[in-house]
Design a binder for this molecule. Structure first.
Ligand code: BEZ
Length: 389
């Protein structure tokens, strides 16, 4: 080979070696669109998710896969009737590379539809709507949180093991409430219990009095509930004020007491809930996460902060594999499907329909903490019914 040819080959090889970096740089900033509630009963949940996400990004020096981040935000108000317009602001107006959202299941379903149609990456950092990783599943849609069925199912098994036979459920009438109750029923009734009555009220109504009177009259062995955010604070206080806490054990998915304990005070003491996080897990990842979160935000983290942190972590795993290319869904998906995600909740993997397969903990409120009592269900996978990729 002539010297000039060797020189040309060497130049080509060195260009190839730096190509990935150049590729990421050429794409400019990575546009991340937050669609979260900044107002309403779930506002504090949205803020914890964003805090968690930003914490992970800041720990990576403000970049993911070599790309600096530009954030844009939409307040979705946890209002499904505005969801399609809101998500289209991010997709069509802002042209974001990835959407992070949201909290409310009804809003998340509209987001999943728009993401599926446009092919935009979507990572859901809370909303448990079963359909998102069921019939609406898609190669570009992932969840860093849970399906509504998961914590409910684990609590159903626990309530049956505790020997309860007749239970009343109470929740908001929308996907998250109804699907949590369905999960609970599956776990409870498969193990010999009976749900004798389902009570509900429209989201985000908090006028619980008439329903609490009905519970007192029905005299069940126990009550199962799904409420979250501001509604959970009010429900726990009203249940106690009605004199029911002393008479009828109250069980819930962990959203009942996560991020709410300061406001609930002693009315929450001793409550048992099931969730994929607790305040005393003490694994290495959790210790450093809790320390960094408290230092940065002067707040204790909760499950929502963990889900936001993990959404950023999942984005990073996927984009590192694609060298920063948010359009390469095939490679992004393959990287996440095989990843072991090192979360503060413990390591988890993703199911074929992109929902976490994770341990569900039984937790007890002690003071201002949700303390892990045991693993209620190890590596619980959502069935992902109806998902065809
Ligand atoms: C939901 O709507 O999916 C949801 C909202 C708050 C906490 C958990 C789930």
């Amino acid at each position: 080979m002539k010297r000039r040819q060797i020189g040309t080959l060497a130049l080509a090889a060195s260009l190839l070696a730096i190509a990935p970096l150049t590729f990421a740089q050429n794409q400019g900033k990575l546009k991340v669109g937050f669609m979260l509630p900044a107002t309403g009963t779930f506002a504090s949940l949205g803020s914890a998710i964003e805090n968690g996400f930003r914490l992970y990004v800041n720990e990576q020096g403000g970049k993911i896969a070599g790309r600096e981040i530009e954030y844009v935000s939409v307040d979705d108000e946890s209002d499904p009737s505005k969801a399609t317009d809101n998500v289209n602001k991010l997709i069509k107006r802002d042209n974001v590379d990835v959407i992070i959202g949201t909290v409310h299941s009804g809003v998340a379903m509209a987001m999943a539809k728009a993401a599926k149609e446009s092919g935009t990456l979507l990572i859901v950092p809370n909303a448990g709507a079963n359909a998102v990783t069921g019939p609406m599943c898609a190669p570009n849609i992932f969840r860093s949180s849970f399906s509504n069925w998961q914590p409910g199912y684990a609590m159903g098994e626990i309530a049956a093991k505790k020997g309860h036979k007749k239970i009343v459920t109470i929740t908001w009438k929308y996907a998250a409430g109804e699907e949590s109750v369905k999960g609970f029923k599956d776990g409870f009734e498969q193990n010999g219990g009976t749900v004798i009555k389902d009570l509900n009220l429209p989201f985000p109504n908090v006028e619980f009095q008439a329903l609490l009177t009905e519970i007192a009259a029905l005299k069940p062995d126990a009550v199962f509930t799904f409420f979250a955010g501001g509604g959970a604070v009010k429900f726990v206080k009203d249940y106690s004020a009605a004199g029911l806490k002393k008479k009828i054990p109250l069980y819930g998915t962990g959203f009942l007491t996560d991020g709410t304990l300061e406001a609930q005070g002693s009315d929450a003491d001793g409550l048992l809930t099931t969730l994929h996080y607790a305040d005393n897990l003490n694994n290495k990842r959790d210790q450093s996460f809790r320390l960094a979160y408290a230092k940065t935000y002067k707040l204790q983290p909760d499950v929502y902060a963990v889900q936001g942190f993990d959404a950023a972590q999942m984005l990073s795993i996927g984009l590192n594999a694609t060298k920063g290319d948010a359009k390469n869904i095939t490679v992004f998906e393959q990287a996440l499907r095989t990843a072991k995600i090192d979360s503060p909740r413990g390591v988890f993997t993703l199911s074929n329909s992109h929902n976490p397969i994770q341990d569900i903990y039984l937790r007890k409120v002690v003071g201002k903490e949700n303390v892990m009592e045991s693993i209620a269900h190890k590596a619980l996978a959502d069935p992902g019914l109806g998902c065809k990729m």
